[in-house]
Design a protein around this ligand. Sequence first.
Ligand code: FAD
Length: 539
Amino acid sequence: MAETNGAPTQPDVDVVVVGAGFAGLYMLHKLRGLGFTATVLETADDVGGTWYWNRYPGARCDIPTTDYTFGFDPDLESAWTWSEKYAAQPEILRYLQFVAERYDLRRDIRFSTKVTEATWDETARLWRIGTDPGPGLTARYYVMATGCLSVPKDLDIPGADRFRGDVYFTSRWPHEGVDFTGKRVGVVGTGSSGIQSIPLIAEQAAELTVFQRTPNFSIPAHNGPPPQQSLEEIATDREGYRDRAKWSRIGVPREPATETAAQLTPEERKARFDAAVAEGTLGGILALWADMGTNPEANDMVRDLMHDRIRSIVRDPETAESLCPKDHYFGTKRPCLDTGYYETFNKPHVTLVDLRKQPITTVTETGIETAEASYEFDAIVYATGFDAMTGAIVGVDITGVGGQTLKDKWADGPHTYLGLQSTGFPNLFLITGPESPSVLSNMAVSIEQHVEWVADCLRDMREAGFTTIEPTQTAEDGWGLHNGDCAAITLHPTANSWYMGANVPGKPRVFLAYIGGVDAYRAVCDEVREKGYLGFRLN
Ligand code: FAD
């Protein structure tokens, strides 16, 4: 590294990117295209991110592959064909490997390398990145493409380390797979990963016991070939289709519902519900009527229809009641798409344990004890979720201007401008960071938007001769208020969801994503850039 007279110190590379999932791969490709030098650092030994780690049985996307795919290069789109409406994990991983090969990305990725710390050097105006294993490196810009759902939540179950049988985490599934044939298996957790894996584990296991703290809403995925209508629209007007996704509410082309629940008759509401269940998409079921996310009575109408559906499938009335979510409004936790989930509880060897009625007291050497019973297992599967949105970011010791750490700054919840940057941490960018639409959207679309915004920003800075960028305190405070206001007019803050940080003990209770819509958010980001990076301080 050479010190030049008056000019900023030259770093090892222009940009360090952390993470080699969808976001890190596209970021690297984009930066290279603009002539920046970049190195990607990744804990895993290959690309894929979410789709590298989550190899549990039944792991699939829940946004149709026609939409959950890169749209930045028409040639890439024509070179790849998805086999299913909702591709399974191996196919999505193959796709990301294909992307890495197509653009020759691996040569700038340092695998099996965890970023442990990052410190802003105010004098040299660069980031000093510490890695395990070392050596670290320096970069002018530091992009965290570390994922919103990449840090598994710590187990908060007493005695968890006592169990002597096999233990699996859905988020860190063995690469060689697991055969549960003839085994007594306990699954803890009924979020999306639990709901996807339970029917398949039940097919193999001799006995399956599911421990449920919170039931979740789920509708059938009706997986099969990719949706014909989307394929035709893409074939005739690819750009128009991708544009409609960019300017939609959740990053999937779809007209929003305009009628409120009260404007529809009960028969019309039921018909809409049945049609959405038959379609099997989150976009459909989340847009039955306009006020389902804001009006408790309108939401209750969806909940009632959901409960009726569960009761009509699950034969044991007590199990059916336990599976009916009553503690949160529909949509305030991400609903799930399943293949035979509720039907699984009709199998004689499958038992549901409702932890609201009989909490786990301890894990033992041989199984799990609840307040009422003792269960013996050969294997326990934990599908217990993630420290979402902020876990991977504060998992790195990041120190900014004046020795302030990001962890301290975010002790009461994340503070960002547009979810892209945080004041006091110049040149640090977050891809799909907290207070951006991220997990409330089709993340392929949100990732592309952020990557392109950051790349444009770095090019604009280079052309104008700027070296550093960070938000003003006023802009950050304003965005925080707007973010909170948008959430406050919805039912979301009423739920104990991971969107609210409520699944992690001690995590501040704030709504972590921007709920104003992918379209509105994109318009703001575009305007900020058009107005010369309004709200940012450039030097
Ligand atoms: P990730 O894919 O999470 O990649 C981040 C990478 O950063 C990881 O490989 C991680 O190892 C690495 N990393 C993190 N910290 C460090 C560090 N300190 N040092 C080095 N490396 C680090 N979204 C959708 O829109 N549609 C879906 O259908 C969908 N399905 C999902 C299913 C599952 C099971 C899960 C868990 C998530 C799903 N998501 C879905 C969200 C999904 O995470 C995103 O769609 C997308 O894959 C995120 O890409 P990313 O590159 O931002 O992050």
